[in-house]
Design a protein around this ligand. Sequence first.
Ligand SMILES: N[C@@H](CCC[C@H](N)C(=O)O)C(=O)O
Length: 278
Amino acid sequence: MTHPFVKMNGAGNDFIVINAMERPFAPTSEQARALADRETGPAGGCDQLIVIEPSQTGDAFMRVWNADGGVVETCGNALRCVGWLLTLAGGRDRVVIDTLGGPTTAARAGELRVAVDMGPPRLAWDQIPLAEEMDTRGIELQVGPVDAPVLHTPGAVSMGNPHVVFFIDHVPDDAFTRATGSLIEHHPLFPEGVNVAFAHVEARDRIRLRVWERGAGLTLACGTGACAALVACARRGLTDRAATVIVDGGELIIEWRESDDHVLMTGPVEVETTGVLP
Ligand SMILES: N[C@@H](CCC[C@H](N)C(=O)O)C(=O)O
């Protein structure tokens, strides 16, 4: 493959980023899986493989592979990482990055900090998508026995990719997050699978979040998950429209702007290492 790569992370959610602006890079899903592999992949593998391609309408197009080799619509933390690389390379403060989930603007927000405008959340049941019509403020889904569910009535939100957000009165441990997340990820209610978030509201402006990502499992942070959690919590009146979302790998500042319905996410990015693919 012999492409140079940059290993980066956004609040701990880590990526192998490949610049294919001048030389195409189109891995098969098996190759993407091999690059992401935690034992044999370069630089310790990754949660998502990210390829930066030319775009007709923006400054670049960002393509995303989950660690399981599936191509998905978007990735919020990767948008911040790619935003950092593109602004650095172009000597600019702001860039437009296209994705399969829609265009995003990324702007520098300090040293190794980037803010992205993720656009409006998609809240109609068929935009998530769900298999049947439901009120996405609280969908008919529960975990545990019918008469005493452990979790129930989560919110559903698309940030370009599908999310379900459970409201939980404590921070779930790894075992619970893995077991419940992997069960819900493939639930027939979600024909395209779903990212599963567990939101513990600490205050009207503070959410502690853990996310089981579709196609990647338990990660240290999920940017679109943090956006979806804030939207789901605000729709239920549990938080204001802006909050700090604390994930396992750091903190993300999320605002659901009233004036234009857009969701903004600001947070850290880190360059871990660079290398060349074998
Ligand atoms: N880590 C991401 C989301 C990556 C894609 C997701 N697993 C999906 O399948 O939709 C983020 O920061 O948003």
